[in-house]
Write a protein that binds this ligand. Structure first.
Ligand code: PLP
Length: 483
């Protein structure tokens, strides 16, 4: 063995050979899991406290064999897993995954670097900048988001963090970059549609703007933000002496997948000097296909944009791509340089230090898994995945439309179908509970116009027509079962 012991004590050293042996076991374990994932109930069926009760109350004093740990994963933890990687997972929005992504992430763990500064691992920063520039090209995003101009991209953990960073930059820009120093000295307001994700309200809470200063703008009949209502809300706040500073438009709202009209929202923001952030968390991936890029029409008005490869682009959680058109405002908002982080590369001004583009200091090497996915599948592979999921959603919607019992509840834009039984909320709730308890598939709901609505969200890597067909059969038969 050519490594020094990591821990003193008999049997506690991890030799390279031990690591190889257990590493192979784990890779086999993951391959077996993914191969057999359909065997498990999609929604975990355990009761609260079941998992904890089966585990020791205190940590082990002495080392335990690795095989025992893996056995406990199988026997104790697996029953408490909801299987997001099951092709029968149709809940929320997907968090899909792929072999190259898992392996890229494993290499990132093996390297164990922390990429807060360019100098703490130049490859971490430079690969991230490159891969995000690749995506600008691959998805037809505005050229202003490229790092070679005034903008650039950064990987955040989640869309929530991206929106918070955007809101903070908006706050700073609107206050002449003073509120970071002296606190907010004027009443700032922000705007999003009443269907915006709750992370926008949370960002208002965290940023100090206050959730009550978020105006929830009314919708049109397709659940999209109404630009005339946005304009009116801004004007009313201006008349009341407030300072409007931020608009979040959604490209693919969480409830229905509605796309807010950027070509009309953009000019309103520009006219009043508001920061426009576009949240494309799930739907944004579709822009990899030229024919779906209409969803991003008007994105050139945006100051910032984010989408999550960890939702629908085969990259395992976590990976949110956040782009800004003017990186200076973001960096001015989030930069702080204590003595212990000073270094020559930073002082030269020639490098990106991504710690200045996010809330935490430390950061993982997330671009590695994204890079692996882009290279392994190529744009063609990702495009065919997106097209397939969209066509499955359209197929599912056609079955709903042809049914006497169910109706479509919102326009089907991409891979989400909102639908409901005509019998009302109780019937829909009963259908959903019955299906989820069966373990055969997992569906979740939303409320539209006050009515409980089921969501069929199609985006797991291995979902095929047979899964969607079976889901529809189960839904239809659950509707026919009595109370
Ligand atoms: N924005 C939208 C439109 C979403 O649909 C979601 C989650 O589904 C989020 C934001 C939150 O995503 P994250 O978990 O990456 O913060």
């Amino acid at each position: 063995m050519d490594l020094e012991p990591i821990y003193a004590g008999e049997g506690q050293n991890v030799t390279p050979d031990d690591f190889r042996k257990h590493g192979r076991q784990v890779v086999d374990w993951i391959a077996d899991y993914l191969e057999n994932v359909e065997k498990y109930p999609v929604l975990s069926q355990v009761e609260s406290g079941d998992i904890r009760r089966r585990l020791p109350a205190s940590p082990p004093l002495h080392n335990e064999p690795f095989d025992k740990m893996l056995a406990d994963v199988n026997e104790i933890l697996l029953p408490g897993i909801t299987h997001w990687q099951s092709p029968n997972f149709f809940a929320y929005y997907p968090s899909n995954n792929s072999g190259p992504s898992i392996l890229g992430d494993l290499i990132a763990s093996g390297l164990g670097i922390q990429g807060m500064l360019w100098s703490t691992s130049p490859a971490c920063t430079e690969l991230e900048t490159l891969v995000l520039d690749w995506l600008v090209e691959a998805m037809g995003l505005p050229g202003s988001f490229r790092s070679t101009g005034a903008g650039g991209g950064v990987i955040q953990d989640s869309a929530s963090s991206a929106s918070l960073c955007a809101l903070l930059a908006a706050r700073e820009r609107a206050t002449g970059f003073q509120s970071n120093r002296t606190g907010i000295d004027r009443p700032l307001t922000a705007y999003a549609s009443s269907q915006a994700h709750s992370s926008i309200e949370k960002a208002m809470m965290i940023s100090g703007l206050g959730a009550d200063n978020l105006r929830l703008i009314e919708l049109d009949d397709q659940f999209r933000m109404r630009p005339d209502a946005l304009q009116a809300a801004i004007e009313s706040d201006l008349a009341a002496g407030k300072t409007p500073c931020f608009v979040c438009a959604a490209v693919g709202t969480t409830s229905t997948g509605a796309v807010d009209p950027l070509p009309e929202i953009g000019p309103i923001c520009r006219k009043h000097g508001l920061w426009l952030h576009v949240d494309g968390a799930m739907a944004g991936t579709a822009a990899i296909c030229p024919e779906f890029r209409t969803i991003l029409q008007g994105l050139e008005w945006a100051d910032s944009y984010c989408f999550n490869p960890h939702k629908w682009m085969l990259v395992n959680f976590d990976c949110d791509c956040f782009f800004v058109a003017d990186r200076t405002s973001l960096i001015k908002t989030l930069s702080i340089l204590p003595e212990y982080l000073k270094n020559k590369a930073t002082e030269s001004g020639a490098v990106i230090d991504y710690r200045d583009w996010q809330i935490p200091l430390g950061r993982r090497f997330r671009s590695l898994k994204l890079w692996f996915v882009l290279r392994y599948f190529g744009l063609d592979g990702l495009r065919s995945m997106v097209r397939y999921h969209v066509s499955l959603a359209r197929q599912f919607a056609s079955w709903v439309e042809a049914s006497d019992d169910f109706e479509i509840a919102a326009p089907v834009v991409l891979n989400l179908v909102c639908f409901r039984h005509r019998g009302g909320d109780e019937v829909n709730q009963r259908i959903m509970d019955r299906l989820n308890q069966s373990g055969e598939l997992y569906l979740t709901h939303t409320k539209l116009d006050g009515r409980l609505t089921l969501r069929m969200s199609i985006g797991q890597t291995n979902t095929e027509l047979s899964h969607v067909q079976r889901a529809w059969d189960r839904i239809a038969s659950a509707a026919h079962q009595g109370n």
